[in-house]
Structures are given as C-alpha cells and as structure tokens.
Design a protein around this ligand. Sequence first.
Ligand SMILES: NC(=O)c1ccc[n+]([C@@H]2O[C@H](COP(=O)([O-])OP(=O)(O)OC[C@H]3O[C@@H](n4cnc5c(N)ncnc54)[C@H](OP(=O)(O)O)[C@@H]3O)[C@@H](O)[C@H]2O)c1
Length: 277
Amino acid sequence: MLKIALTGADGLVGSRIIELLNKDFEFFPIPQTEMDITDVDKVKNRLAETDFDIFFHLAAYTNVAGAETNKDICFKINRDGTKNIFDAVYSKGKKMVYISTDFVFDGKTPPYFEDSLPNPIAVYAASKYEGEKIVRDKAMIVRIAYPYRASFDIKKDFFRTFKFYLEQKKPLSGITDSLMTPTFIDDIAYGLKYLFNNYSTAIYHLVGARSLSPYDAALLVAEKFNLDKSLVGKTSYDEYVKGKAPLPKLADIRSKKNNFWKMKSFEEGLEEIKKQL
Ligand SMILES: NC(=O)c1ccc[n+]([C@@H]2O[C@H](COP(=O)([O-])OP(=O)(O)OC[C@H]3O[C@@H](n4cnc5c(N)ncnc54)[C@H](OP(=O)(O)O)[C@@H]3O)[C@@H](O)[C@H]2O)c1
C-alpha cells in the first residue's frame, strides 16, 4: 500500500480525503503542532525521519480576505513553506503532490484549462502561484475550486454558508454576473486516488463538471433543501468586491486531462449531500 505523508490533514479538504481513502492508502498526517512548515530545520528533520512514497502538501494560509493585510505571513506559509517541503521531499528523491487553486487565474478570459496562463489578482492567489512555480515540472500540481462537503464543524465552505443563512432565514446576495466552479470534495478525493496511483509531474484540474453564477448556486441550495428562495437577492461582481480582496470574475475552470473520474455538477453534488446527511 502506498504510504502518503501529508500536511493540512485536519483541514476542510484534507480531513475528508483521509475519511474516504484511508482503506486505499496508508496516511501519515503531520500536524502543524508537530511541524510548522515555515520552520526549515523542523521540516528537514521531520521529513528525513518519515518514511513515505508520496508527500501530499495541503497546508496553506487559506484566509483570502486576511491575506490582503497579512501578506508576509501568507507568503511565508504558502511560498516559503512549500519550498521547505519541496526541498526536503526532493532531496529524498520522493514524489510530491501540491494542492493549488483556481484563484491563480485572473477570471478575465475563461474557460481555464491546465495549460492556461495563471495571472493572480490578489495576495492569497499570488502566494499559491509562487508555490506552484517552486514545484512546477518536478511535482504534481492539482488545482481545485470552491470545494464543498456535507459537513465539517471547524470551517464552513460556501455551500454550508449559503445553507446556514437560508436556514436562519437571513437574506443573502448572490453575484449574477460572475462564475464559479464548485467542486464536491468527495470527487476530489476519488480523483486523487487515481492520481496517487498514476503519478506524474503534471498539472491537473480536479473541478466540478460545470460553472455557474453564485446567484444560481444559492438558488440551487434553496431549491434542493426546501429553503426560501426569496431570501436570495442579486448583486453584481463590481458591487460585491468593492473594498474586498479581488476574486476572479469568470472562474469557469475545466480539465483537458481528467478522463479518469467523472466530477459532479453542483446540482449532482447537492443530491449526493442530501443522501449523506
Ligand atoms: N478551501 C478552499 O476554498 C480552497 C479552494 C482552492 C484551493 N484550496 C487549497 O486546498 C488546500 C486545503 O485547503 P483547506 O480549505 O482544506 O484548508 P484549511 O481548512 O484552512 O486548513 C489549512 C491547513 O493548513 C494547516 N497549516 C496552516 N499553516 C500551517 C503551518 N505554518 N504549518 C503547518 N500546517 C499549517 C492548518 O493547520 P492547523 O489546523 O493546525 O491550523 C490546516 O490543517 C490548501 O492548499 C488551499 O490553498 C482551498
């Protein structure tokens, strides 16, 4: 069985991947309490004494809004931390999988495939792209977009944020003139199962089957969970991003390479979540 050491195992994405794949791989989570990835000596020593076939690097500074005012810490974790991990993995001659984001694209000229040119427009996105540049052609890069799952107490994804607002009967505003590509985390896990077993130093997009506007996504959540659709108001991209970290406007992300796992549309993902809850 392949041995996979990983960072970020207790996060939104990593914890679900472990739940779903722990019979297929032997996972060795390395929590931040044992190894802060910004501590180069810690990383060197910990990885030198850890036996693994693949290093799966998920840990990141993921607060997109916070990154705008905490640029240094964001780059320290996402760029320098990734370099520390990469150097230690590479010196052992082992494989590495780096999780990145659709936010590396500017959202101006969709659709975006694996070979589209990144052009990040905000701090978090820029730091993740710096991470990509460190590992590019020497590790696998897997970009994901708007990951969501049925439940996770520690952090709400966009789907559970929409659902929470609607359940509390609070109005919410959905952007009508932008696109997102929601990705069911279970599909990310099963796509990764194939990629771990068929490793190459290439870029892959593991993203939902279709993009849609956040407004339409919020309406779908209301519809599927029998919540009040009239609480979903409309806003424009320009109105929404005013005073906030810029986000890619037309994040229609697609894959030319994923011929191994059928990713769900947001509607299909919500149907699956209803069964899981
Ligand atoms: N969530 C999204 O919308 C999204 C979208 C696209 C791509 N991604 C990417 O997917 C990956 C996973 O995201 P996520 O949402 O699951 O993350 P998350 O829930 O925010 O968890 C982040 C993880 O990184 C760890 N971490 C942070 N700083 C660290 C440090 N200095 N040293 C060691 N570990 C550290 C955290 O450890 P603690 O628990 O100890 O703090 C936590 O396990 C990230 O690479 C992210 O960039 C996420």
